[in-house]
Design a protein around this ligand. Structure first.
Ligand code: SF4
Length: 307
């Protein structure tokens, strides 16, 4: 028996959202998706429609769905796509092409940081360092720093990232198990800058389950990368995400419930946690807890092995 869409009551339903008890056709699903992004931005006061907003785009489904849905939900906002070419063989070129295609499609400005030509190394070069078994950790540090650089170049102080519901809940569990309370607080929907001139980091997809980003990309014909990063197997978070998917089978609202309770806990945690003592890195001038920041240490290390 064909189920009809619960919203328009005319087209056949194609998407089942068990946690919301909704069956939707493709058009109503896209509308539902964009509305949730709009409501999330408004609920957490992420930006005002006339702001300039940088959007970190890797070429993956999450960030590409983020840029497309933000542009659809806030047509008058000035979005600028920010991309880092990580120089990963057979992967980064593919990602960049997809990002360029989407930026053109949406008529959005694009700012690219090219790791190899601007800093003289690629993420692949970390295979020759102590990070060879944890490339994602080094890559994460490099990306966090360079998105700040890109935001500065684009003259924006708001940086939107594609962290979805699964990312946030999985990282939350990880930090909780490890007692990493200060990192736990950093998962909030709007993260204020640690020091002046840094960006406000916003997560407009914080309430969006990961699988819906893929569906939104497919239904909206959004280009996104079709190959996996060759270093992806070193990503620890995947195990937590698999566990969440398993738990959500029996309780479809599990991830949403976890997020809801976590958001209530944040103000209490913030009061209890001592703020990190920060200084500025003596090399790059970015906020750091040590004399030399994590980014500059990794750059120095990889340059040494390249020599
Ligand atoms: Fe970087 Fe790891 Fe992502 Fe590859 S999978 S782009 S190495 S964080």
């Amino acid at each position: 028996m064909t189920v009809t869409c619960r919203r328009c009551r005319s087209a056949p339903a194609e998407v089942q959202l068990a946690y919301a008890k909704l069956s939707l056709c493709s058009n109503c699903f896209q509308e539902f998706y964009v509305n949730r992004v709009r409501r999330t931005v408004e609920e957490f006061k992420m930006f005002k429609p006339k702001d300039k907003v940088g959007v970190a785009v890797s070429g993956g489904k999450d960030s590409m769905a983020l840029l497309h849905s933000l542009k659809t939900a806030f047509p008058i906002t000035n979005f600028i796509a920010l991309h880092i070419d990580l120089g990963i063989k057979d992967y980064s070129k593919h990602c960049k092409e997809k990002v360029e295609k989407l930026a053109k499609m949406l008529d959005v400005e694009l700012e690219v940081f090219d790791l190899e030509s601007e800093l003289g190394f690629s993420i692949d070069d970390f295979r020759k360092t102590v990070y060879r078994r944890k490339l994602c950790s080094a890559c994460g540090t490099i990306k966090r720093h360079l998105f700040e650089v890109l935001a500065e170049r684009a003259k924006t102080r708001i940086l939107a990232t594609g962290h979805n519901l699964d990312d946030v809940v999985a990282t939350m569990l990880n930090n909780f198990f490890n007692g990493n309370w200060s990192q736990l607080v950093r998962l909030k929907p709007v993260l204020k800058p640690l020091m002046p001139n840094q960006t406000f980091k916003i997560k407009p997809l914080i309430k969006t389950p990961e699988e819906e980003n893929l569906l939104y990309c497919l239904y909206s014909e959004i280009p996104f990368r079709e190959v996996d990063c060759p270093h992806a197997h070193t990503e620890r978070l995947k195990e937590n995400k698999d566990m969440l998917k398993y738990l959500s089978k029996g309780n479809p609202g599990f991830r949403h419930q976890m997020l809801k309770n976590f958001l209530k806990l944040i103000p209490i945690l913030e009061k209890a946690i001592e703020k990190p003592k920060l200084t500025t890195c003596k090399i790059c001038g970015f906020p750091s807890s040590a004399e030399v920041c994590a980014f500059c240490k990794r750059v120095e290390m990889v340059r040494k092995v390249k020599k």
